[in-house]
Design a protein around this ligand. Structure first.
Ligand SMILES: NC(=O)c1ccc[n+]([C@@H]2O[C@H](COP(=O)([O-])OP(=O)(O)OC[C@H]3O[C@@H](n4cnc5c(N)ncnc54)[C@H](OP(=O)(O)O)[C@@H]3O)[C@@H](O)[C@H]2O)c1
Length: 254
């Protein structure tokens, strides 16, 4: 039997670690050619070599997608070198927690620039390719998967601007869904709870202690728990659109 994503091309942002790297592996295993995009090229090349070694195709693209020109170029290279874009996974994100009071506002800019502006710019650049894929591919549909968070549904003290960005991702995904539903570009919002990745390592020390304490007692999700879910969503038949998926570790309460 043919792999569900045979002939399809996927672009995954933030693929040099965590959920993005796992997603690239999962989509390649379903038959997609995968462009892996992030800033750490060496890691991307290692991942692409691993995927290639498994008999699949991957293209490593170094880009800081907070620079709109680099996001556009990453999309263009994917389409040119792999032959279009059928699946876009907007995964790159940063979580810089801490109280609003006395916050270094440079951290707010970093979250807004990556979690929001890079996501909408990458989506905008990929759109013509996604619409082509939905019209012309054998699957007859295309997919945009946006990685939000439980923080995109539930606001908490100390999470303010991360909450703001992830709530924004949810609103944009729903608006996108409505605009493109009749043209078969599906929109899937993924809202993970705590996943064991590098994400928390970028948080300031005082705020990091609070997060680490909060999740110390629970068994966190693995990146593969999320990537399997993404692979499931984008391999549904053309008439099925999984719009919103909230995935917490079983023991995570809030
Ligand atoms: N881990 C969790 O508990 C959790 C929970 C809910 C939601 N999420 C969301 O899941 C997504 C992935 O996070 P993760 O947990 O897998 O963390 P991660 O391992 O830190 O991955 C973040 C990725 O984003 C990339 N990135 C950062 N800045 C970038 C830039 N300017 N341009 C391009 N790529 C950039 C990083 O690569 P480079 O540094 O190489 O550029 C890295 O590959 C994020 O959107 C996060 O908010 C995570």
């Amino acid at each position: 039997m043919q792999n569900p994503l045979e002939g399809a091309v996927a672009l995954v942002t933030g693929a040099s670690s965590g959920i993005g790297a796992a997603t690239a592996r999962a989509l390649a295993a379903e038959g997609a050619k995968v462009a892996v995009v992030a800033r750490r090229l060496e890691r991307l090349e290692r991942l692409a070599a691993e995927i290639g070694g498994g008999g699949h195709t991957a293209l490593a693209i170094r880009a800081d997608i907070t620079e709109p020109a680099q996001a556009v170029e990453a999309v263009g290279r994917t389409a040119d070198e792999l032959g279009g874009i059928d699946v876009l996974v907007n995964n790159a994100g940063v979580m810089l927690l801490g109280p609003i009071e006395n916050a270094p506002t440079e951290e707010w800019d970093r979250m807004i620039d990556l979690n929001l502006k890079a996501l909408i710019n990458t989506t905008h650049a990929a759109l013509p390719h996604l619409l082509d894929a939905a019209r012309e591919s054998e699957r007859g549909c295309a997919d945009v998967v946006n990685i939000s968070s439980v923080a995109g549904r539930v606001a908490r003290a100390g999470v303010g601007v991360y909450n703001l960005t992830k709530h924004g991702v949810g609103a944009f995904s729903e608006s996108f869904r409505q605009e493109f539903a009749s043209r078969h570009v599906r929109s899937t919002l993924i809202e993970p709870g705590a996943v064991e990745t590098e994400l928390v390592s970028h948080v300031r020390e005082d705020a990091r202690e609070i997060v680490e304490k909060r999740f110390a007692e629970i068994t966190r999700l693995q990146a593969e728990d999320i990537s399997e879910t993404i692979a499931f969503a984008v391999t549904r038949p053309r008439h099925v659109s999984l719009n919103e998926i909230l995935i917490r570790p079983t023991e995570q309460v809030g």
